[in-house]
Design a protein around this ligand. Structure first.
Ligand SMILES: [Zn+2]
Length: 194
C-alpha cells in the first residue's frame, strides 16, 4: 500500500512539469540542455503557460505568472522560447532594469513602445509579425537577429549599442530614430523610410 502511494506521487510530479527544453551553449561544457522549471497549466498537460503553443491561452494568468517570475529574477529576465498572447502590449512603457532574453520567443503583434532597456536585450531567433519599438530606448547591447519580422516600427527610438540588425524587413520605419554606432547589416527593405 505504501508503495502505491509513492508511485502515485511520482506520476503527479512527472505530469506537472513543462516539457520544453532550452538548448544553450556553455563556454566550458559546450551544448547544454536545461529543462523548463515551470509547472504545466490546466490548459495543457505538456507545457507551462509560457511555452504552450495554443493561441487561446489564458492571458490574465499568463500576465500573473509573468509578474511572479519577474519579481524574483534579479540577474536576468529569461523569456526563452515563450509564446506570447496576441496584441502583446504589456511591455509598453516598461523599464527593464536587468538584462532581458527573448531568445526564440514568438510574438504576433508586439509593442515595446517607449520601453527602456537599461541593460542588454537579446532578440535572437525571436519571431514577430508586427513589432513596434517606437520610442524604445536601448542603453546597452542589443542583439537583434530575429527569425522573422514582417513590419518593424523603430520611429523615435534611441539605440546606444554596438550591434547589428541582420534581418530581411519588408517594411521598416526609422523616422527620428537615433542610432549611434549601429550597423544595419544586410537589410533588405521593400519600402525604405529611413
Ligand atoms: Zn515551460
Amino acid at each position: 500500500m505504501e508503495y502505491e502511494i509513492v508511485k502515485y506521487v511520482i506520476q503527479i510530479q512527472d505530469m506537472g512539469k513543462c516539457s520544453y527544453v532550452l538548448i544553450d551553449r556553455d563556454e566550458k561544457e559546450g551544448r547544454i540542455e536545461k529543462s523548463c522549471p515551470h509547472e504545466t497549466w490546466e490548459g495543457s498537460n505538456k507545457f507551462c503557460i509560457f511555452h504552450d503553443p495554443s493561441l487561446d491561452k489564458d492571458r490574465d494568468l499568463f500576465i500573473q505568472k509573468l509578474e511572479e517570475q519577474m519579481q524574483i529574477e534579479t540577474e536576468i529576465h529569461s523569456f526563452v522560447g515563450y509564446i506570447f498572447p496576441e496584441n502583446w502590449n504589456y511591455f509598453k512603457n516598461y523599464k527593464f532594469k536587468i538584462p532581458v532574453d527573448f531568445n526564440g520567443a514568438i510574438f504576433q503583434n508586439a509593442s515595446f513602445r517607449n520601453a527602456t532597456f537599461q541593460k542588454d536585450a537579446d532578440f535572437r531567433e525571436t519571431t514577430f509579425r508586427d513589432l513596434t519599438m517606437n520610442g524604445t530606448v536601448f542603453k546597452e547591447n542589443l542583439d537583434f537577429k530575429p527569425k522573422q519580422v514582417k513590419n518593424l516600427d523603430l520611429r523615435n527610438s534611441k539605440f546606444f549599442f554596438m550591434g547589428m540588425i541582420t534581418t530581411s524587413l519588408k517594411m521598416a520605419k526609422f523616422h527620428n530614430s537615433f542610432l549611434k554606432k549601429c550597423f544595419l547589416h544586410r537589410l533588405s527593405m521593400a519600402q525604405k523610410n529611413l
